[in-house]
Design a protein. Sequence first.
Length: 705
Amino acid sequence: MTEALLLNISLVILLLPLLGFTTLILLGKKIPGSHWIETFFMFLALCLSVYVGFGKLAFFTGVSLVKEATWIQLWNIPVLGNLQIDLGIKIDNLTAIMLFVVTLISFLVHIFSLEYMKGDSRFSRYYAYLGIFTFSMLGIVLTHNILMMYIAWELVGISSYLLIGFWFEKKSASDASKKAFLVNRVGDTGMFIGIMILFTNYHTFTFDTIYAQIAQGHLPFNSPAWLTAAGIMIFMGAVGKSAQFPLHVWLPDAMEGPTPVSALIHAATMVAAGVYLIARVFVMLTADAMLTIAIVGMVTSFIAATIALTQNDIKKVLAYSTVSQLGYMVMAMGVGAYQYAFFHLVTHAFFKACLFLGSGSVIYAMHHEQDLRKMGGLRKKMPITYAAFLISTLAISGVPFTSGFLSKDGILAGTYAFASLTGHWMIPAVAFLVALMTAFYMFRLVILTFHGTPRDQERHDHAHESPFVMAMPLVVLSVLSVFFWYGLNPANPSTGWFLDKWVKTPTSIVPQGQRFDFMKSEVKETASAEKTAAGSTEAVVHSEHYMHAMHQAHYPAMGLSIILGGLGILLAFSMYQWKKIDPDKLAEKLGPIYRFSLNKWYIDELYGATFIGGALALSRLLAWFDKYVVDGLVNGAASLTRGVSKLGGLFDTYVVDGLVNFTAYLSGFIGIFFRKFQTGKVQTYVVFVIFSVIILLFIFRPFGF
């Protein structure tokens, strides 16, 4: 096994979904069963991803494999000088893991869709869209430079637009696809600005080259503030793609797409791209940038969790759950818990994909009913779906012996350690509160869907377990949500073998005094009595202080996490299973708070009244200005021109033409008059001559003639 072989195979993995997309778009309707072509290509890509992952993690663990080629080369460019832009692929441990995650989820979605989308009039086109989406996501994962990542980033945007609006004949679906596309453009604009800050200063898009120059002390415009700005602007791309506040509003509406698309986009791929982006640029983030990222993630996780508490649409609950968990990952990146953020990305991909596909199985059985208030009692009707759904719910709730427990515990310990060193206690407080709310709303979802008595007897009577091609992906993903696949480190039970061996926190290339300025006046005594003097610029994250604080925070964080998770589960059973607390009376008692959550904090309404309403008002103002000012000037000039031309026409008609015509008429009259005398007869002319002579004699007689 050689580096060249792994790199070439990775290139094949990237191109296989694109080949499937091209085939189905061009020949999909002409080839019976063409969807199997794309499914086979995805299975092949999955197998090759496993091979690449095994080769990379077994034989090249400590090195990055890079393959690049020159794309554009220009000479003597003003300011930039000679310019070379390379395209290439890079395989490191993150890439190897993400390749497996993306291809596995995509393949299982392809399999699940065989039955779920069966009979759709655009069946082959649906699979073609899955192919271009997977190609775009793999492009983000494999690239070695930020320009190629941005290109793939935009391709993900357009392919998600196509998938969310797949049933475009429904207005809600077409509106949701437009909303997703436009909201993401806001974040992508910020990302592009950040990329241009880096390119303007380093004249390259390649990650490693940029980082090497930063490590040598070459900061953008020689200012740490510009490096902070570049990091935050690039993070804006993640705010859009990973649905962070305030750009999170597109993701719940995206549930209008087919349910397998929800699993693909909102579990392991599109929304994970933002977290993956932060992981890629993590080493260049300054202290202010990281604190900003942590706060955005904290706010996002809290807002989304509070909204998920009261939603009645099964997919909307999972959508806001996804937003909340993505906030967890972003928050973890911001506090420096890099390993656990990426670990949670992987574990969340499996259990959330299982939950979405499980919801699709329920919706399929309930004849496309999505309202939780019309479900219930499906546990015996759908035992496989229930078991898979329950395991995934336990995982997202952070119950021990699940994958979610391992990753979530690490994130909570990271926020606790961060606060103990910096004093930002609001971050772990919100993180633990969200853990309680997550357990509550997820078990509320399970109980209302599968437990109790049916609330729609007719639909319940016709419900049955999903076919094998829909149940099999649920089983696979639920098994991957169990802890033993990730191993345990006996020295530190919170750390899986997965993290210790494959996911290492990269060392910052930003000078400590520029990365950790916000900590230097707030560093506090750690549990080991190591004390850093106030005003010191010593690093906290990636230092012995931080690692020691993480170790000390592990057991308190784990214990508190288990207690709060158990409390959330107990509260859900008390309200919806045992009926000890009446949720309707509680909702009535809470009144405005309940409605505030049910109406999603009125954020959509706020945007509608401000940004959207403002944009519409501005467009109306511009339309009025165009109609009455611009067009008024144009039309006024036209009217004036018409008036002048009309006056000129009248002058031409009655004066110029009048004189001309008068002259013509006069000439004609004279001609007519004298024509009477031009008879052509000599006798007439003789008479006229004699008559003229007589007249002359009479005229000139007085003068003596």
